[in-house]
Design a protein around this ligand. Structure first.
Ligand code: RNT
Ligand code: ZN
Length: 419
């Protein structure tokens, strides 16, 4: 191992040339919460006592051994992964991770079914976020909140209502705001003739959910759009325009947009959307993922778009107003490694974005110096960032470099492969 302290001192000098306070930026990155999705650990299957796999047009591919098969295994795996991820974390739970001795259907879940999650979070001192599960269920085959079948639609409205109450329970137990993400897979393989009724139904359903739970406290609600899903290639009820329209018209202090990096046409990027949304909204929920040719939910990489999103948040001064959550599921590699790589990359991109002369770039631009603007922003692409990152990981005791990898391999041998 090289002298991490020495590297950090040198990097600090490098950044100081441009007026960047490395320690201050480390502190901001460290305190900005990232919500770690629980569903990477078991391929989005959950623990309801019922048959059936993942549906809703999303897919995990791969058969890597060691998937968590009980809530305790999943929580142990999350803890293991967290021990290698620096900075403030929350855990993001889906409704299909309910715990009950006998099967409780989605319309009937209560905080009691999530007591173990809340006890665990309180013990760890972390916040919890939540998600209704409008998929992987016999009643979600055709449509959920947008259904023309009133029984089906009402069933899912009850689910949405139950989930907002569970969100409030999480808030009351942990003392931290619970961010709920509402996503429905409703869509069509072929082009429907009537594309309006599913939208008016979906709007009515969201209205009913929010109206019935208007007393709920401590909850933020992201409305997540999507361009298409597998088996629903031609039409999505909750399109971008629909969700943006819903959020803007609601004009509410808790209903916000969720932008998932995999939910747009391949040449559209979330980084380019943030300023427009922030022109009209005070908060955004981000689902950080990595689409490869489609919404493939690959492990988040330290790639251009992840960096651009974080740069944009820093430049807009919206890092503190953005709820950052991860959303990927890879079953082809060690699932704990997937979490560690994806979450570390998310935090890494955040710190990378903070370690830039944002004020200098803004001033240069405002002065009309477009050559200077390009020169400065390019200069930082090769800054000695790794030295600061390593120091931050050392300081927070999360393992420098690839130290975590050997330990995760050990855990695989001793724990995962014995399942
Ligand atoms: C699906 C959405 C949604 C899910 C999770 C599991 O395309 O991104 O957020 O990934 O709810
Ligand atoms: Zn998502």
């Amino acid at each position: 191992m090289y002298d991490v302290e020495k590297g950090y001192e040198l990097a600090k000098e490098y950044y100081a040339q441009y007026g960047i306070d490395v320690d201050k930026m480390i502190e901001i990155a460290d305190k900005t919460p990232i919500s770690m999705h629980c569903w990477q650990g078991d391929d989005v299957l959950g623990f309801e006592k019922k048959e059936g796999g993942l549906s809703g047009g999303i897919q995990t591919t791969g058969n890597y051994p060691g998937r968590a098969t009980t809530p305790d295994e999943l929580r142990a795996d999350i803890e293991k992964a967290m021990s290698y991820i620096p900075g403030e974390l929350k855990v993001n739970v889906h409704a299909n991770y309910a715990e009950a001795d006998t099967f409780v259907d989605r319309d009937a879940i209560t905080p009691e079914n999530f007591k173990n999650w809340a006890d665990w979070a309180v013990e760890k001192g972390i916040g919890l976020d939540f998600n209704p599960t409008y998929f992987s269920h016999p009643k979600s085959d055709k449509a959920t909140l947008s259904s023309a079948d009133e029984d089906i639609r009402k069933f899912w409205v009850k689910h949405g209502i139950a989930c907002r109450r569970i969100g409030e329970y999480f808030y009351k137990r942990t003392g931290k705001v619970c961010v709920i993400n509402h996503w429905t897979p409703d869509g069509d393989k072929e082009f429907p003739i009537d594309t309006l009724t599913p939208r008016t139904q979906l709007k009515k359903s969201y209205d009913e959910i929010f109206e019935a739970t208007k007393d709920v406290e401590g909850v933020m609600d992201g409305i997540e759009s999507k361009v298409f899903g597998i088996g629903a290639e031609s039409f999505t009820a909750g399109s971008h325009e629909f969700c943006m329209g819903y959020v803007m018209k609601a004009n509410s202090d808790h209903i916000i947009m969720t932008l998932d990096t995999g939910h747009y046409h391949p040449t559209e990027v979330v980084s380019a959307k943030l300023a427009s949304v922030y022109t009209f909204s005070d908060h955004v929920l981000l689902h950080v993922s990595r689409p490869i040719r489609w919404d493939s939910d690959h492990v988040v990489a330290f790639d251009d778009e992840t960096k651009s999103i974080m740069e944009e948040l820093v430049r807009l001064d919206k890092l503190g107003d953005t709820y950052i959550a991860t959303d990927f599921f890879d079953a082809s590699i060690n699932r704990i490694a997937a979490w560690v790589i994806g979450l570390r990359n998310t935090r890494k991109a955040m710190l990378y974005a903070l370690l830039q002369p944002t004020e200098l770039m803004k001033k240069t631009e405002a002065a009309g110096d477009v050559s200077g603007r390009l020169a400065i922003s390019q200069e930082f692409k090769a800054a000695p960032f790794a030295l600061v990152w390593d120091y931050y990981c050392a300081k927070t005791n999360k393992g420098v470099g690839l130290k975590w990898l050997d330990e995760v391999r050990e855990y695989e041998k001793n724990v995962l492969l014995k399942r």
